[in-house]
Design a protein around this ligand. Structure first.
Ligand SMILES: Nc1ncnc2c1ncn2[C@@H]1O[C@H](COP(=O)(O)OP(=O)(O)OP(=O)(O)O)[C@@H](O)[C@H]1O
Ligand SMILES: [Mg+2]
Length: 132
C-alpha cells in the first residue's frame, strides 16, 4: 500500500500540479485508466472549490482496504467560510458564484462513497472514496 500523500493548495497555480499528482498516485496504486480519470476529475473539482471559496486548504489521498475491496480515498480540507446549506450546495446547478454548480454533485456521482461536513465560519471537510 502506498503511503498517504498531502497536497497543499494555496493559489490557483497549485491546482494543475495537484491534479497531475492525483493521477500519478492512482496509476501507482493500480487504478484503471478510467478510474484514474474519474478520481483526478474529483480532485480537480475539490481543489478548484478550495481555491475559489476557501483560498487555502489541502487534498489528502490514501489507499484504503476493506475485507474484499481496495480503493482510493480523497479528503479535501479547508478552514474557509464553510457551506451554510449543504443540501442546497449538493443540488445540480446551485452555485454561489454563478458557475455551473456541478462540481459537488458530479463528485458524488463519480465516486462510490461521499461525505461532506461543513460548519459556517470553521471550514469544510469532504471525504470521497472510489473502490478500484
Ligand atoms: N470548500 C468550500 N468552501 C465553501 N463553500 C463551498 C466549498 N465548496 C463548495 N462550496 C459551495 O458549494 C457550492 C456548490 O459547489 P459546486 O462545486 O457544486 O459548484 P460551483 O463551484 O459553484 O460551480 P462549478 O464547480 O460547477 O464550477 C458553491 O457554489 C459554494 O457556494
Ligand atoms: Mg465547484
Amino acid at each position: 500500500m502506498k503511503p498517504e500523500i498531502s497536497i497543499p493548495l494555496h493559489k490557483a497555480h497549485d491546482i494543475t500540479p495537484a491534479v497531475l499528482r492525483a493521477g500519478e498516485y492512482c496509476r501507482e496504486a493500480g487504478c484503471s485508466e478510467n478510474d484514474g480519470r474519474l478520481i483526478s476529475t474529483a480532485v480537480s473539482e475539490l481543489a478548484n472549490n478550495i481555491i475559489k471559496y476557501a483560498r487555502h486548504g489541502s487534498i489528502r489521498m490514501k489507499e484504503v482496504q476493506s475485507n474484499t475491496r481496495h480503493g482510493i480515498e480523497v479528503v479535501a480540507i479547508d478552514s474557509g467560510p464553510g457551506i451554510s446549506d449543504v443540501g442546497r450546495a449538493m443540488k445540480d446547478h446551485y452555485s454561489s458564484s454563478g458557475t455551473l454548480g456541478l462540481g459537488l454533485p458530479g463528485i458524488k456521482r463519480m465516486m462510490d462513497d461521499f461525505d461532506i461536513q461543513s460548519t459556517r465560519g470553521e471550514g469544510t471537510r469532504i471525504v470521497a472514496r472510489k473502490w478500484i
